[in-house]
Design a protein around this ligand. Sequence first.
Ligand SMILES: [Zn+2]
Length: 428
Amino acid sequence: MTQPVDTLYVHARELVTLATGSPRGARRGAAMRELGIVRDGAIAVRDGRIVACGPTDQVARDHRARSEVDLSGFVVLPGFVDCHTHPVFARTREDEFHMRCAGADYMAIAQAGGGILSSMRAVRQAGLGELTETTLRHLWGFAAHGTTSVECKTGYGLSLVDEKRSLEALAAAIAQVPLTCRRTFLGAHEFPPEYRSDRDAYVRLLCDEMMPQLAPLADACDVFAEPGVFDREQSRRVLEAARRCGLRLRVHADELSPMGGAELAVELGADSADHLGKISDAGIAALASSDTVGVLLPGTGFFLGKDIYAPARRMIEAGCAVAIATDFNPGSCYTQSMTLVMTLACVKLKMTPEEVITAATINPAFSLQLDDQVGTLHPGKRADFCPLDIPSWRAVGYAFGGNPVALTVKDGRPILANVRDQMPDLGA
Ligand SMILES: [Zn+2]
């Protein structure tokens, strides 16, 4: 008795299913290296969900489909989950890159009007339409690199009206892409110039006005917890106010100095502590004993040339749930490529290719409460996956600099092909 399905994807050289254990939850320690590889694999899809995933002869025998897509020669991974991005901005900042290439440091660039405040001025000048359009273009850029779920932060408005417009632009852009998106309010990204001399007043504005009014437009709140930006007490106030407004919590933590951001994230039950270049031993222990995911962003350390990288090996060995993400933003990391970040995680964070695959799929999905829907190729989940033009899964991380993603499949349908004639026609 064959089961009717919408589409059969067949003859993938390898399927990296990650369907080795529970479909849900983060993977830690040795479990991060279990990939559940199926050779000559097939995926049966109905109503956007995976119905079956396994060897082609078996799946094709048990299902009959209205259309069939031949994935011969491709290696299929779950769609990437990019759980830390800043796509709501209006202008790029290549001028700062030129200054850095000429030897300028961060302070010189800030004094020349660069940095987050430069993006803030551009966002404040941009209308809703322009901001929506650039954000939409950025979202499609993620899709082009095999990302099917993405977390999107605001944080370049830094006022009630400009953060509101940023969240509205984000919502309008999300409505126009077939991606699973999460919206994060990052009004606590930096102190705007009008509050330079009274920082406490900006924290009060965030907690008492922005948070209650903007919470309905967001899923989570984030704060840049770093000495010189939001100190530990200010970060705590912002996060507690967010929690009172029903938002989930994420934290930019311990990026450049060990301020105890990871410990604060764990104490407040945050979904993630991100960056962690300078996480302390106590911070690692706190993360390891919690469900807070350590989100590592090696693209930023690489692009800034600072060579500050999170101690991923110690974190994995301690039992932390570890994810990786692009940190796509106009200043410190202008890439949307998860496969490039996977290479950097291997080379700079000393993670194994198996670990980076887990850290780019199910673990970030867990940090976004999407692990019941995406991140592995378990039956019942959304049929989100990307066929890669590489000889074997072992070339993940090894093949770098180009975009190996041939096709991005979201909810069972190809949404983007990087080689035009590979776009299968599934009809209306
Ligand atoms: Zn960030």
